[in-house]
Design a protein around this ligand. Structure first.
Ligand SMILES: Nc1ncnc2c1ncn2[C@@H]1O[C@H](COP(=O)(O)OP(=O)(O)OP(=O)(O)O)[C@@H](O)[C@H]1O
Ligand SMILES: [Mg+2]
Length: 482
């Protein structure tokens, strides 16, 4: 817990920890400066020689206080950004350091709780026990401390488990333009996953969506195995970035206890936008399409904290808003380069009422080959290649220019299309078992093979008779249930 925001459970222990951190960071135990200027989200202070990231308390007129964090320096001035509303900050106000290392309290009792960006409960269910204090800016596991990803994780979504299977410890991006179903997909994964615990970070979301997510998407039962960290769009940018770090820290705590944790972050883009505000307030140059360099160091810092270690695993799903549906924007591009795969949600599919709107061709799970068996892999390849063929001829089919009998693979793609669509579509409240999803994919590939043989036999027969092949006339093999 952060020592600058006193709560009912603040103790002397907490105060001592802040002092120990100060000693470790060779930070002056007490530095007192003065506010010299305020410009937008930047507060300038004089005589405040404290390290970057230090938390400071500003003493306002009338005995009130405000909290700010050191974000940079310029000549002899210290630049700070407010964490709580800066209303009332005036030139000459006294400003003192509180701590150099942000920490939160972790315990098994975090389960079922909703926290803010300080790691403090905001659900009115009382204070948390002070069990284990952890720094929120911990380092990611060293490359050689990581173990290989060899076990699949069940997300309950057929399209993912069956065709883009993910592994324990994998990091996946969920990309789409606005309103295509990222949050709905994430909510359904969090509710029905096979992971032991879900840690959900709602960053920069609308306040209305948070309540709806906790009450409706998650429900009281779902919440019992989750920890939710919330920082809404009206919070300080610093708090929004902190919420991402708090979520990583809580996940690491449970991973180190031996749990398989699912970390869901909605959205990584809003965290980046918050970091952009921080960077610009600290006078960083806006380097890539208005994003300062610190954004591109924060992305790997956050994403690399997931992964599998000898103790447990953190599997990460991070939503990325793609402005103007442009996949090559700087943030999606940077995320794509670090994650172990991505799911692309297509607006065209959503407009047709196809949910979850995952575009199978544009999505990839880089660890799929390591977590599924040979039969499953063969079946996936068959279905995905047939879907790709259908995409090539879709326009012809839609305008009625497609002629059956010219190309057997085209005919097969058209015949298999309804079965594949039936498999992929799934309501968010109808979970599917991992083994069932796998079996359906293998069965579907079997059905496609039978249909292939039937079409070829029919073509050979018609060729011998010297007439055209009519694919629709072929008797379909026994139906596969989706
Ligand atoms: N699985 C689904 N089944 C039916 N409708 C869905 C499904 N997923 C999304 N939708 C529809 O799409 C709308 C937007 O979904 P959602 O809020 O999940 O999108 P989003 O990508 O998170 O949006 P934003 O970018 O604004 O955060 C929902 O209100 C709902 O109408
Ligand atoms: Mg959303």
């Amino acid at each position: 817990m952060n020592s600058c925001v006193a709560t009912a459970n603040s103790t002397g222990d907490e105060y001592l920890r802040a002092q120990f951190d100060a000693v470790k960071m060779t930070m002056p135990l007490r530095a007192i400066g003065r506010v010299t200027a305020v410009s937008g989200l930047t507060i300038e202070a004089a005589q405040l020689p404290v390290p970057l990231g230090s938390l400071c308390r500003i003493h306002l007129m009338g005995g009130r206080t405000s909290t700010a964090e050191v974000i940079g320096f310029q000549s002899d001035r210290t630049l700070l950004m407010p964490l709580t509303a800066p209303t009332g900050v005036a030139r000459g106000d006294r400003i003192e350091n509180v701590t150099a290392a942000p920490r939160i309290w972790c315990s098994p009792q975090l389960l079922g709780r909703v926290l803010n960006g300080f790691g403090q409960p905001i659900d009115g269910k009382g204070p948390l026990p002070l069990a284990e204090s952890r720094r929120i800016d911990a380092k990611s596991p060293a490359p050689l401390d990581r173990t290989n990803i060899r076990q699949p994780i069940a997300t309950s979504v057929r399209a993912i488990d069956g065709l883009h299977t993910c592994g324990l410890g994998q990091r996946m991006g969920i990309f789409s333009g606005p309103g295509v179903g990222k949050s709905t997909l994430l909510a359904s994964i969090s509710r029905f996953t096979s992971a032991d615990i879900s840690v959900i970070a709602l960053i920069g979301e609308r306040g209305r969506e948070v309540q709806e997510f906790i009450e409706h998407s998650l429900g009281a039962e779902g919440l019992q195995r989750c920890v939710v960290i919330v920082s809404t769009s009206d919070d300080s940018p610093l708090l929004r970035v902190r919420a991402a770090r708090v979520a990583c820290t809580v996940s690491e705590y449970f991973r180190d206890q031996g749990a398989d944790v699912l970390l869901l972050m909605d959205s990584l883009t809003r965290m980046c936008q918050a970091q952009r505000q921080i960077g610009l307030a600290a006078h960083e140059p806006p380097a890539t399409k208005g994003f300062p360099p610190s954004v591109f160091t924060l992305i790997p810092e956050i994403l690399e904290r997931a992964g599998k270690t000898a103790a447990g695993s953190i599997t990460g799903f991070y939503t990325v808003l793609v402005e103007g549906d442009d996949f090559n924007e700087p943030i999606p591009d940077a995320v794509k380069g670090i994650t172990d795969g991505h799911l692309w949600l297509s607006r065209a599919l959503a407009n047709r009422g196809h949910f979850p709107a995952i575009d199978m061709q544009q999505s990839i799970s880089r660890v799929r080959g390591d977590v599924i068996d040979k039969d499953h892999a063969t079946a996936v390849r068959r279905i995905l290649s047939l879907s790709a063929i259908y995409q090539d001829i879709e326009d012809l089919v839609n305008i009625g220019a497609y002629v059956p009998g010219v190309n057997l693979e085209f005919d097969l793609a058209v015949q298999a299309r309804p079965k594949i669509i039936q498999y992929l579509q799934q309501p968010p409240d109808d979970p599917s078992d991992l083994e069932l999803s796998r079996r359906k994919v293998v069965d579907l590939a079997g059905w496609i093979d039978q249909m292939d043989k039937a079409l070829r036999a029919q073509a050979a027969k018609v060729n011998r008779a010297g007439g055209p092949v009519v694919a629709q006339a072929v008797g379909a093999p026994k139906a596969v249930s989706a």
